[in-house]
Design a binder for this molecule. Sequence first.
Ligand code: HEC
Length: 145
Amino acid sequence: MNKLIKRLWKIILGFSMLAIILVFGILYILKINGITEFTSDKPKYVPLVSKDDIRTPEFEKGLELFLNDCKKCHVTKGQLHNYLDGIADKVGVNYLKLYITKQDSLTENKDNYALAIKDDWGNQANSHNFKYSETELNLLMEYLK
Ligand code: HEC
């Protein structure tokens, strides 16, 4: 009986060792391949509207446009990981309008900034060629600013 328990114990120990080696092996393979999606640090939560925003009627309309057209990819304007954090200050309102409505023209004409952002995001097929009127663009700017 004692022998049986000893043997069982050895088998369990063996399997646990194997499992540990396997887990570390997989983690090592993911790491050398640059796959880092499984980190424990969560992206910081950023609300759609921050308490610093002044909620004018134009801002609200801009927010509505953003919710309809942008939110499925860009979670909020303040989110660092989707590049919209402080975007209006960073590139300027005029360039931002151009980017949202004519990204294809920018990249076709080898605009350095548009090409660099495309590259940063792994050259995805999407593009920003939104057909907005000048009024709608201005409303969107009120939200993005
Ligand atoms: C289908 C997904 C998708 C939608 C919808 C979308 N975007 Fe984007 N956006 C991206 C991706 C991906 C990038 C990175 C560059 C690229 O691949 O085009 C990007 C980049 C940007 C940039 C450049 C950021 C920088 O650092 O310069 C701006 C500005 C932007 N988007 C604004 C908007 C606005 C405003 C809307 C809504 C009118 C919108 N996007 C809708 C996916 C999207």
